[in-house]
Design a protein around this ligand. Structure first.
Ligand SMILES: Nc1ncnc2c1ncn2[C@@H]1O[C@H](COP(=O)(O)OP(=O)(O)O)[C@@H](O)[C@H]1O
Ligand SMILES: [Mg+2]
Length: 238
């Protein structure tokens, strides 16, 4: 198992954000966690990246226990994090933002090669290389945020609501990007989404998170035919 989160509990000043959450990501797979606003999705990704400290539970990555490690060390082990809301530097150029994703790397040639690879996958970023990130469209900004997270050459990419605020056309583009990263770049993906339909259509396995607990977990085909999921997450009238 590439990533194994075991019975994780995270609190914020007494308030419970995650309760006894167990999630697994197999190498080479796309796993999604769907859930409403406030379910605890972002907290889970932040805990994996070492940005929130769990009260109890364990996080294992490639056979090593990583909870308690510094976030820089976790990133170096091969976990890339594309945060909620993209968190770009709007007054810096596309290229400068990409380079920020490699701030801990010293190997110049390696950084150039990564930029080259990202430009190959996302040609629009090459076209816009000298443009300020803040002038890009929402979809382009999301691509840049994903590209920046890929600069560290992760084995596992954490994507926090990449489709948020995007047009249906761009959401489809994000879905294609997820597939490309998974199948062509061989990066495993943990995808957090409120857009359940998109997330379940691209994932190999899915979890439903409700008020900090895993309510359901199954193959996407099964989740998509589950009455609760259809009603609460796919907006279907039963
Ligand atoms: N920094 C924080 N301080 C206190 N409570 C927080 C903080 N961040 C999130 N929360 C609370 O924790 C719960 C889970 O939040 P979050 O992980 O952001 O959910 P999601 O990403 O699924 O919308 C929510 O009830 C939220 O209000
Ligand atoms: Mg969130």
């Amino acid at each position: 198992m590439l990533l194994h989160i075991k019975e994780l509990t995270v609190h914020y000043e007494g308030a419970e954000a995650l309760n006894n959450v167990t999630v697994e990501v197999e190498e080479g797979s796309v796993v999604t966690i769907i859930g409403a606003n406030g379910a605890g999705k972002t907290t889970l990704l932040r805990a994996i990246s070492g940005l929130e400290k769990p009260v109890s539970g364990e996080i294992w990555f490639k056979g090593d226990r990583i909870d308690g490690m510094l976030s820089e060390a976790i990133a170096r082990k091969g976990i890339g994090h594309c945060p909620e809301g993209r968190r770009l530097f709007p007054f810096m150029t596309v290229l400068e933002n990409l380079k920020m994703g490699a701030y801990s790397q010293k190997n110049r040639a390696g950084i150039e090669e990564n930029i080259h690879n990202i430009y190959k996958r996302f040609p629009i970023l090459k076209e816009r290389a000298r443009q300020k990130a803040g002038t890009l469209s929402g979809g382009e900004q999301q691509m840049l945020a994903i590209g920046r997270a890929l600069m560290g050459r992760p084995i596992l990419l954490l994507l926090d609501e990449p489709s948020l605020g995007l047009s249906p056309l761009m959401v489809n583009e994000i879905k294609n990007i997820v597939t490309t990263i998974s199948k062509e770049m061989m990066v495993s993906i943990l995808l957090i989404e409120q857009n359940s339909r998109m997330a379940l259509s691209v994932a190999d396995y899915g979890y439903v998170l409700e008020t900090g607990r895993v309510r359901l977990q199954d193959k996407p085909e099964s989740l998509m035919t589950n009455d609760h999921v259809r009603k609460a997450y796919l907006g279907e009238e039963l």
